[in-house]
Ligand binder design. Structure first.
Ligand code: GDP
Ligand code: IMO
Ligand code: MG
Length: 429
């Protein structure tokens, strides 16, 4: 089956939304398989800008969207997002959006715990989005989650809320935060039920049928490999597996359904929140990248930290994430820089290491080893073919391919949907 999975190869915000929107024209179904409304995906189509957090980016193309069981779903956030995009002229209904009936829900107590924990960490915050993502995944693994299907069973819901509140209120009280009362939570969930339940179904059945009919499915990742709960810069990570392997478990399909894996990477690097970032720039160039790239978080509005392209880290993400090809985005942001640097490895205690070590202190002590390349005087902005790129920009792309050990299959040269260069059709396998 010619399916494609899109994952982030750095620390998020690589332009996955734009790439998924572009690829969605060739797909029939777009599936989100992990994360929640911590994600923020910006799509620019002509003079319209869509900011999506939970809705699969294919909705803008009118494609069938599926929210898989691997997502943690805040029902109110979903309804708000549907209202927002509806006001922009899109149509979202149970006709074109399906939600796994076994998806765990984010309730108001999850962001409350997320924020109380962050506050308790003082100066050592993770820098979460405060959306309750971590606590919601903890409840799933702890077998306490309220799932979409529970909204159809008021008695189950009531019993599960007791168990959930016993757990959460103990923690909230311990952290000096306000505990939650059961009745308002139960009432709110029962009030939301009629709006949400029509979206719920066994999406695995639909995906199985799609497979039998040879339909093209696009798996849309959120966050990125370096934020993966196992493989990222732990504990400064999100709480889900962001690698392509999780597309199978998070959607309810077999591993052979995932198809080609595209890793999305910016032509430089950014990170929101705390944690190691060896190639980070604290100078004028870093500020310039931030300004030119409009590097502010879509979800929280926080300025993103900026740095040089870290090829050692992206190579690591390519290997761990099962990436078959890269999409290099935002190369236009590098236009006009006289000199570019690429991080090729790290110096740690006098030794050279080729990848980020797992231990937290070792990670924070990694010093980047850079190689320098000449910049270009022409412009990549808006280029729609390889031939339109300055020769030096092509050299930069080639060098990245060598260092990360993966081919660049697509390039993005502006936020606009159409300013995209496809060197290969990913659906062709
Ligand atoms: P995502 O979370 O991976 O979907 O990425 P975001 O949407 O959070 O952040 C990427 C930002 O860069 C968005 O504002 C996009 O509109 C913008 N963008 C995407 N591709 C390009 C590009 O090639 N050039 C420029 N200048 N901006 C881009
Ligand atoms: P997209 O899909 C960038 C970061 C947060 C924080 C860490 C944990 O738009 O690329 P969480 O709220 O998930 O518990 O926060 O992960 N983070 C992201 N950074 N892009 C994202 O999503 C992110 N989602 C979470 O900033 O450092
Ligand atoms: Mg984003």
């Amino acid at each position: 089956m010619a399916n494609v999975a899109v994952i982030g190869a750095q620390w998020g915000d690589e332009g996955k939304g734009k790439v998924v929107d572009w690829l969605a024209s060739r797909a029939e179904i777009v599936v989100r398989f992990q994360g929640g409304h911590n994600a923020g995906h910006t799509l620019v189509v002509g003079d319209q800008t869509y900011k999506l957090s939970l809705l699969p980016s294919g909705v803008v193309r009118g494609k069938l969207g599926i929210i898989g069981n691997g997502v943690v779903l805040d029902p109110q956030a979903l309804l708000d997002e549907i209202a927002k995009v509806t006001a922009q002229g899109l149509k979202v209904s149970p006709e074109n959006l399906k939600i796994a009936e076994n998806v765990p829900l984010i309730l108001p107590l999850h962001p409350a715990l997320d924020k109380a924990r962050e506050a308790a960490r003082g100066g050592d915050k993770i820098g979460t989005t405060g959306r309750g993502i971590g606590p919601a995944y903890e409840d799933k693994v702890g077998r306490r989650s309220i799932r979409l299907c529970d909204l159809a069973e008021p008695e189950t819901l009531s019993k599960k809320l007791d168990e959930l509140l016993l757990h959460h209120n103990s923690l909230l009280r311990g952290l000096g935060a306000t505990p939650f009362e059961k009745q308002p939570l139960l009432d709110a969930l029962l009030a939301l039920a009629p709006q949400l339940l029509p979206y719920g179904e066994a999406v695995w059945e639909r995906l199985d049928a799609a497979r039998a009919e040879g339909k093209r499915v696009l798996f849309e990742g959120a966050q990125a490999v370096m934020l993966d709960v196992d493989h990222g810069t732990y504990p400064y990570v999100t709480s889900s597996n962001t690698v392509a392997g999780n597309a199978a478990a998070g959607a309810g399909v077999g591993p052979d359904s995932i198809g080609l894996v595209l890793g999305i990477a910016k032509a430089y690097a950014t990170r929101v929140g705390s944690g190691p970032f060896p190639s980070e720039l604290h100078d004028e160039i870093g500020r310039r990248l931030g300004e030119r790239g409009h590097e502010f978080g879509t979800v929280t509005g926080r300025p993103r930290r900026c740095g040089w392209f870290d090829a050692a880290m992206v190579r690591q993400a390519v290997k761990i994430g099962g990436v078959n090809g890269l999409v290099l985005t935002k190369i236009d942001v590098l236009d006009g820089l006289p000199e570019l640097k690429i991080c090729t490895g790290y110096r740690l205690d006098g030794a050279v290491v080729k990848h980020l070590p797992a231990a937290m202190r070792a990670q924070s002590r990694c010093e980047p080893i850079f190689e320098t390349m000449e910049g270009w005087s022409g412009s990549c902005k808006g280029a729609r073919s390889y031939a339109q790129l300055p020769a030096q920009a092509v050299k930069y792309v080639r060098r990245i391919e060598e260092l990360v050990e993966a081919p660049v299959m697509m390039l993005s040269t502006s936020p606009d949907r159409d300013d995209t260069i496809a060197l290969r059709d990913p659906f062709a396998g």
